[in-house]
Structures are given as C-alpha cells and as structure tokens.
Design a protein around this ligand. Sequence first.
Ligand SMILES: [Zn+2]
Ligand SMILES: [Zn+2]
Length: 343
Amino acid sequence: MRTEIPSRCRVPHFVGNKEIKFTEKDVPQPGAGQLLVRVHANALCGSERPQFFDGTPTTPGHEAAGTVVAAGPNTRTAVGVNGVVFLMDFCWSCRSCRLGFTNQCLQKRGDMGLNRDGGYGQYELVHESIFFPVPDEFTATEGTLLLDIMGTGGHSIERCQLMRPDIESVLVLGAGPIGLGVLAMAKIILGRHIKVFITDVVPYRLKLAEQLGGLPINVSKASLADGLKSHGASHADVAVDTSGKQAARQDGHNALAQRGSLICVGHGEGISLKISPDIIAPERSVVGSEYFRFDEMPANLRRLTQHKSYISQIITHRFGVEDIQKSFDLFFGGETGKVVIEQ
Ligand SMILES: [Zn+2]
Ligand SMILES: [Zn+2]
C-alpha cells in the first residue's frame, strides 16, 4: 500500500564548502524486508562535518525518527508505527551480530546517512531490522535522543563499567552533544551521586553541562589538573574522550589513577603512551567505544521514559528543514546543544 506517497520529493543537497541546497530525488519503494519511513525529525551530529564541508551526493542524516508509511514483503511492522533508525545497516547473521555486537557487524550493508540516503530527506528506505519502534507518547524529536545521545553515550558508560566496576568519578573530555550525552548517561546509569567532571572551551556548552549536573572545567582558562583540584579531586576513575583531540586524550589519561580507563568515543587524533609506566604498572587501559548495540535500545527507551525532561535539556534548537543551512551554520558555530531538523 502506497497511499499519498509522492514519487519524487525535495531533499537537502550538501554541495560542499558549508553550503546546503535542495534537489529532487525519487521516493524509493520498499523491497523485501524493507520499510519506507516518513521522517519527522533528524538530529544534527558533529560527525557530519566532512559532509557539510566537502559535500556528498548522499542525503545525510543518521539520527532519524519517523513513521512507517509503506512496508515491503516479508516484514512485520505495520504502516503507521513510529520509531527510530539505527545508523548501521547490520546483517543479523555474522558472528558479531549473532552475539549481539551489531555495532561490529562483519558484513555491514551500509551506514544510513553516510553511504545510504538518510534522515534529512522526507522519506528514508530502511531494512526493518534497523528500525526500532517507539511508543506514540514520544515525539519524533524526543525519539532521536535514543540514538547518538543515549545510545552512543550509554554504550561508552557500559564500556567504562566493563573496565572499572567500582566507578566513583567520570571525566568527560568535550561538552559537545556526545559529551553531554555521556554526562547524562553517566548520571542515569551510574547514579546522580557520581561525580562527572566535564571539560570544554565554550562557556555555552559548559553551562549546559552544569545544568545537567556536571562539574565544568574550562580548559582554556585552567589546566585539567587545576580544574579537577577546584572540584576537590586529583584523579578520575574513568575518562571518556569525545573531543577526538590528542591533547585532550593525553590530559585525560594523565588524570587517571591506578586501574583507570580511557574510553575513546570521538574519532580523530592519536595518543602517545609509554607501555610500562602508563599501562602495565598501573593496569590502566585505553578502550574504543563505537556507536552502540541495537539491543541497548529497549533499556534506553525505559530510561527515556523515566528521565525525559532531564535528558531533553540536551536539545537546545529545532528548525524546519527549510532552515537546514541556518541550523548547520549555528551548530558548527559551537554555541548549541543538540540541534534537530523537524519536518
Ligand atoms: Zn552521529
Ligand atoms: Zn553482521
């Protein structure tokens, strides 16, 4: 059934050099195992920087929420169901997927919004396996919180717990949207009493972090060590780097005591370590954390139900798709939390 679905639609076209125009594309028809989703919200992400600066023929957007408007053969999701789209089009059948490590699929079919048309278009074609239904009590914009904010943030906290079962303090490096998500999920998963130090150089972001219960450290004004001291601490049990900057990773690693762990979430630069004094003797670790597992979604949906007003503070701006240029200009200006395109 394809009622009231146009055959063509107008979609944003990232032409490069920070310019977004509009173009027309065919609205795809769902094949076997696929759903066509009418997107109602898609959140902006710092990882879209290359698409915004260099341009892409793909329609970006990997934090989409919307409504199923057509379902292909061999699907069980009804037309009218609301939900969110997982970024990675994983296979469900490889060794990783069979064990639940769907963020480490060995034969991934694609990445939505990166090499498959994503959520800034009105319609997004997805495999049913990566569509997670969300109850109607949540708006599409609230639904997007389940993706990079709660999903990526929560997964990094689970990686921390894996390395360090007795966490009393967390240091978050970078207070962009992912850093704010890590902070919020540390508070939600580990408890409000956990100290979460959070660094940045943008006062707007540090204020937002403080509003979420974080202990802000402006690293353009003081060293990380002095910042920790100002909050009565000398070390953190775990550090989560969302900045992708080598200097931040080094600082974060230096702020760990024995048994500490540095969790790297932000892609980007490297880190330089001396194996004996930095890793072996203090039994510290450096661990990667990539997106999240699809099966983390149900727990995060329960957390969203319990903590909706708290975590929704991370969304600071909403724009219609006509204002997508303005929204990207503002977002990469640095003075926002999460920005969402609604349509
Ligand atoms: Zn993202
Ligand atoms: Zn797989």
